[in-house]
Design a protein around this ligand. Structure first.
Ligand SMILES: Cc1cc2nc3c(=O)[nH]c(=O)nc-3n(C[C@H](O)[C@H](O)[C@H](O)COP(=O)(O)OP(=O)(O)OC[C@H]3O[C@@H](n4cnc5c(N)ncnc54)[C@H](O)[C@@H]3O)c2cc1C
Length: 537
């Protein structure tokens, strides 16, 4: 058993460093690629007609204040309008780039009947709707100017598993899902950001540190309930409304109805091991070359991601984060092979391997190790928030590519050149390469609307900047990074990293599934009530 990697530890890295490599932080970041806050807001404010979308905001509906008052009275949930003190907080999304958006109202629906009321109002008064769960849409499409936001955060129950299946309300936040299921010793695969909504994540796929073992979040979905455009509550699964169930698993974000409940098959949540390794930048090409051969073919229980970070005016950094549901020794051996395989980077500069309980690992990736569950939320008194909440928001833009093949030497050089250029230009940015394969790729492309099943890894390019600041040259850097890598990629993009800058979004997100998705759309939303955002099916 080789020990070179571990013997060369240059001092352990704090657990928070591991969290930063994968968690809810702008280093792993999120968002669309519009180049200014104004452009972003224009994209997010799009309406049912492309003409209005181009004009940069939703057309005002015909609803009078008395109609809104009537809606308020008809709902069991809370309706927040601009005149309410809660509006300033209620209208916000996770990304501060969208703080300029001014929806007409936010309805915190309590049950399907509330949703049906909202949809009836939208039809009657020609008011564009947006559906919101965790509010982390990269493109800001869970909000919009003059829209009625249907927010499902109050539907947050995480049910006790029964017969290996759990029922989860569409508004549950990931931290509540992990904590709620963790109490029963089980889990579902999902992302690391604690405030992401379970419905937004699942409906676009959902990858996380146990996805190579258990598949995407949507792969564990066994059924869902939604309210369709006509106000009807529809249950779908493999047997009933099977076409809709297929479509929801990868293309469900805002397209077919308001999902109210998701039913998942659960998986064991055993003890685990977290790892984080760094090398000097001079080894970056070898780290990437070695990691991309290694990450996608490890045993299913081993997940990993390789990060290259640009530091304004400084030397870039390279790191690998790994997570395993297997033993400490097996992960240690696997990491030794990553370092020492032919062409590999050799000993890491710093190494940290931490045996951990499963839930502790999720809290660590969430950046919440030292917080209570209540603190691991956004602060406030609205549904989805807690009084004790301590989590803030972020300002960022990001884009993505899937890769079906390893990068050539030229591809790796391009990756490094772009990161080095970012540092020279004073940009704080990075690329995260996440290993896929394992259980994710054992699902047939045609089985779900998440079609990227032949991919070896997913790249996310990201830049962030201070809230209320200007992105400056950052988004130009992001776009040139994305452009430079396109020819090395498969051309596909992750629909949950919604990218308003894609002209070929339909094929990039949905590939060969696009035609079938259009048919499902015609069946369940014939009047295109939900088509209020630029990339609506
Ligand atoms: C900080 C951060 C970390 C992330 N980490 C990961 C990760 O580890 N893995 C990963 O796969 N993704 C990750 N993502 C991407 C994330 O999966 C998507 O942004 C997801 O769509 C967010 O869901 P939401 O409910 O929080 O957002 P929202 O903005 O509320 O919704 C996103 C989209 O889904 C639609 N939608 C939401 N709820 C419903 C519903 N009930 N019915 C129908 N449509 C609905 C909205 O209309 C919108 O189009 C991350 C994003 C961020 C910002």
């Amino acid at each position: 058993m080789k020990r070179r990697t571990l013997l060369q530890t240059g001092g352990g890295l704090a657990a928070t460093a591991v969290a930063l490599a994968t968690g809810c932080d702008n280093k792993t970041g999120k968002a669309g690629a519009a180049s200014t806050a104004t452009e972003a807001a224009a994209g997010a404010g799009a309406t049912r007609t492309n003409a209005a979308a181009a004009a940069g905001g939703a057309a005002k509906g015909r609803a009078s204040q008395s109609s809104w008052t009537a809606l308020r009275k008809s709902l069991d949930g809370k309706l927040v309008q601009a005149s309410d003190s809660a509006y300033a907080t209620a209208r916000r999304l996770y990304n501060t780039r969208y703080d300029t958006l001014k929806p007409s109202a936010i309805a915190y629906v309590k049950h399907p009947a509330d949703i049906a009321e909202c949809l009836s109002f939208a039809r009657r008064y020609d008011t564009p709707v947006a559906i919101r769960s965790g509010g982390h849409s990269y493109a800001g499409w869970s909000s919009g100017n003059n829209k009625l936001i249907i927010d499902v955060s109050a539907l947050s129950k995480v049910g006790a598993p029964s017969g290996g299946v759990t029922r989860i309300g569409a508004g549950a936040k990931l931290i509540d899902v992990y904590e709620g299921l963790g109490a029963h010793g089980v889990t579902i695969p999902g992302g690391s950001c604690p405030t992401v909504g379970i419905s937004g994540l699942t409906l676009g796929g959902g990858h996380g540190v146990v996805s190579r073992a258990y598949g995407l979040t949507c792969d564990s979905l066994v059924g869902a309930t939604l309210v369709t455009a006509d106000g009807k509550t529809v249950d779908c699964d493999r047997k009933q409304h099977a076409d809709l169930f297929w479509a929801l698993r990868g293309a469900g974000n805002g397209n077919f109805g308001v999902v109210t409940e998701l039913r998942f098959r659960t998986h064991p949540a055993p003890r685990a091991v977290m790892a984080y390794l760094t090398w000097p930048w001079s080894k970056a090409a070898k780290v990437v070359a070695s990691w991309q051969k290694w990450g996608p073919v490890q045993a299913d229980e081993i997940w990993s991601a390789c990060h290259l970070d640009a530091h304004p005016g400084g030397t870039p950094s390279v790191s690998v984060a790994a997570f395993s549901l297997g033993s400490y020794g097996d992960l240690k051996n696997a990491l030794d092979k990553l370092a020492d395989q032919p062409g590999g980077p050799g000993p890491a500069k710093s190494v940290r391997l931490t045996p951990t309980g499963y839930l502790d690992a999720m809290e660590s990736y969430a950046g919440c190790s030292s917080k209570s569950t209540a603190q691991c939320h956004a602060p406030g008194s609205l549904p989805g928030q807690t009084g004790a909440g301590q989590l803030g928001r972020e300002t960022y833009a990001a884009r993505s590519h899937f890769f079906d093949r390893s990068l050539s030497a030229a591809g790796i050089r391009t990756l490094m050149d772009q990161i080095e250029a970012g540092g020279r230009k004073g940009v704080a940015g990075n690329v995260a390469l996440t290993a896929l394969g394992g259980a994710i790729n054992r699902v047939k492309s045609s089985d779900t609307a998440f079609v990227h099943r032949g991919s070896r890894f997913l790249a996310q390019y990201l830049t962030s900047w201070p809230a209320n600041g200007s992105p400056g040259s950052r988004t130009a850097w992001l776009n040139s990074f994305h452009d430079a890598m396109r020819r090395h990629s498969s051309g596909a993009a992750y629909q949950n990293y919604t990218d308003p800058g894609l002209s070929n979004w339909k094929s990039a997100y949905y590939g060969g599934a696009a035609t079938r998705l259009a048919e499902v759309k015609r069946t369940y939303d014939p009047q295109r009530l939900f088509s209020t955002f630029p990339q609506a099916l």
